[in-house]
Design a binder for this molecule. Structure first.
Ligand code: NAP
Length: 233
């Protein structure tokens, strides 16, 4: 496994605060980018490493193949020096369990690095069903991104459950909630729009929209011709 370039560059930096942005990114959209930027600033992170999922343990299939989702994330994050993308889960030819990803990162980051796994609150709510949740929470704090109006009581219930199960960890310190207004945008909304030929302009970065358009992914039946093309000058 090739060591992530980002980690190689940061190897000598002690006290690193590393965000790990976990998601399927099917496709990546601007709310993901806003979420990562908010986490960077709010939690005083040095870097956010996007970690597109390969084969997600909880999903039978993805809309677009892992390599294409990786390409979109790499394109979307290219202009931000504080963002980078890992191929770790994409290159593993097996199911991506977060605990395996965090163990891998823990093995290559400088000693004393703090990790913050950033993902959607709905995904965090399921954390106790993940592989080895105690180890997951030991390896990394979690930033649960929510949209305004999200029912926070379910996250409170999760914290209560963690309190009753974990002896050494303070749940409030391991699972942090971050409200992101832009999260009204979602990948399913983007896919639904693309399926009926609606524009996703300004909902995803322009180069991402171009790649999606050329690929034909997300169009109903995989057709490259769904939706009327506008003539360009
Ligand atoms: P999901 O169930 O597809 O997403 C749940 C919600 O969270 C959706 O609203 C989604 O919006 C949002 N979301 C996902 N990633 C986000 C991010 N980075 N920032 C903001 N919102 C985000 O979740 P998923 O994407 O498949 O999985 C999330 C992460 O949890 C992945 O890294 C996955 O590997 C991990 N996970 C691990 C296990 C395990 O180890 N057993 C099990 C489940 C999930 P969008 O659709 O717009 O992104």
């Amino acid at each position: 496994m090739q060591q992530d370039g980002l980690i190689a560059r940061l190897c000598n930096r002690p006290g690193l605060r590393l965000g790990v942005m976990g998601g399927t990114f099917d496709p990546v959209h601007i709310a993901h980018l806003v979420t990562a930027q908010e986490a960077l600033v709010h939690f005083d992170l040095d870097q956010v490493l996007f970690m597109p999922a390969g084969d997600a343990p909880h999903k039978s299939r993805h809309g677009a193949p892992p390599e294409f989702r990786y390409l979109l994330v790499a394109t979307a994050t290219a202009s931000n020096p504080h963002f980078s993308v890992s191929r770790f889960e994409i290159d593993r030819n097996k199911v991506s369990y977060t605990v395996d990803t965090l163990e891998y990162l823990a093995g290559i980051v400088p000693q004393g690095t703090e990790m913050f796994f950033i993902t959607g609150a709905d995904a965090v709510l399921e954390i106790l069903t993940w592989k080895d949740p105690a180890r997951v929470l030991e390896l990394s704090a979690f930033i649960a991104a929510t949209r305004p109006g999200y029912d926070l009581s379910r996250l409170s219930e999760l914290l209560e459950e963690l309190r009753s199960k974990t002896v050494d960890l303070v749940p409030e310190a391991r699972v942090r909630i971050m409200e992101v207004p832009a999260l009204a945008i979602s990948s399913s909304m983007i896919r639904e729009r693309l399926a009926v030929g609606k524009t996703v302009r300004y909902l995803v970065p322009d180069p991402v929209a171009e790649l999606i358009d050329k690929s034909g992914y997300y169009k109903t039946g995989g057709s490259q011709t769904a939706g009327r093309k506008r003539c360009r000058p």
